[in-house]
Write a protein that binds this ligand. Structure first.
Ligand code: 6PG
Length: 259
């Protein structure tokens, strides 16, 4: 393990794996996905993965579709969902699912029946959120009463949001529903998002955060006082603890960083 690949223990806030840069981050994300899917398929015959929007998952997808990675991922036995979605048709470049499907999922051999985007094109946001929740309940097996994804990939925005759990928005109060629509006044936008209880039920929950623009907020989230309304990423507390995959630039202000 090089100085540019180390893990920092953040106690009950999880652990932080620091890699060199954006390229190493995309590679670590791709390896994480392959390993989570491979173990799930070995143990249970199928893998359930919730993808995220954002720049690192995009780079991860590009890498996964290349020769060195593509044959190592059990594409045919993996069910894909999204942790959040913008209220746009899937054909839009703004659509998280649309971009992943066009970027790599359509070309690597995932059966269409295993790709489950939120239904943003046929109803209003509240109905779509309910329908997506029902789809998840009907496909993803429950452990401890909640559908349990093998891997939930998340990003963290510079304001501390994750999925579409934005600071001081209604979705943060949700304790029963698994997916809700969320009005985000700061973006003048509507989003569909998994709620913290569903995300936290995941076997493995992994944040991907790269670049210096994330450094101050990441330190607030991990080193600062708990204030989940202002820093929704702090709501993510799966029993195994979240893993933060970050690059050196994003880790630069962490108090426990030691490079
Ligand atoms: C979205 C995302 C969102 C994203 C973060 C980080 O739909 O925008 O799901 O939560 O992951 O904003 O994005 P970057 O990694 O591109 O900064």
């Amino acid at each position: 393990m090089s100085v540019h690949d180390r893990t920092i223990d953040y106690g009950d806030r999880g652990s932080v794996r620091v890699v060199a840069d954006g390229a190493a981050l995309a590679q670590a994300a791709a390896e994480t996905m392959i390993s989570a899917a491979t173990s799930a398929v070995a143990a249970r015959g199928v893998a359930f993965i919730a993808l995220s929007g954002g720049s690192t998952p995009k780079a991860m997808g590009t890498l996964l579709s290349t020769d060195g990675f593509r044959s190592r991922m059990p594409w045919q036995a993996t069910e894909f969902f999204w942790g959040d979605e913008r209220w746009v048709p899937i054909s839009s470049p703004e659509s998280n699912a649309g971009e992943a499907i066009r970027g790599y999922l359509a070309s690597v051999g995932v059966p269409e029946t295993r790709i489950h985007p939120a239904p943003t094109d046929n109803s209003d946001p509240a109905t779509a959120a309910l329908a997506y929740e029902e789809t998840i309940r009907s496909i993803v097996p429950a452990a401890n009463g909640l559908p349990t994804f093998d891997l939930v990939l998340l990003g963290m925005g510079e304001d501390g949001h994750t999925a579409s759990l934005f600071p001081n928005t209604a979705a943060l109060q949700e304790t029963e529903r698994l997916v809700v629509h969320n009005e985000v006044p700061q973006l003048t936008a509507t989003r569909i998002t998994m709620t913290a209880p569903l995300i936290n039920a995941g076997r493995q929950v992994v944040f991907l955060a790269g670049g210096g623009g994330k450094a101050a907020r990441l330190s607030e989230v991990l080193d600062g006082a708990i204030d989940t309304q202002r820093l929704p990423s702090q709501m993510i507390r799966p029993s195994a603890g979240p893993l933060w995959l970050v690059d050196e630039a994003a880790a630069a202000q962490l108090q426990r960083n030691r490079s």
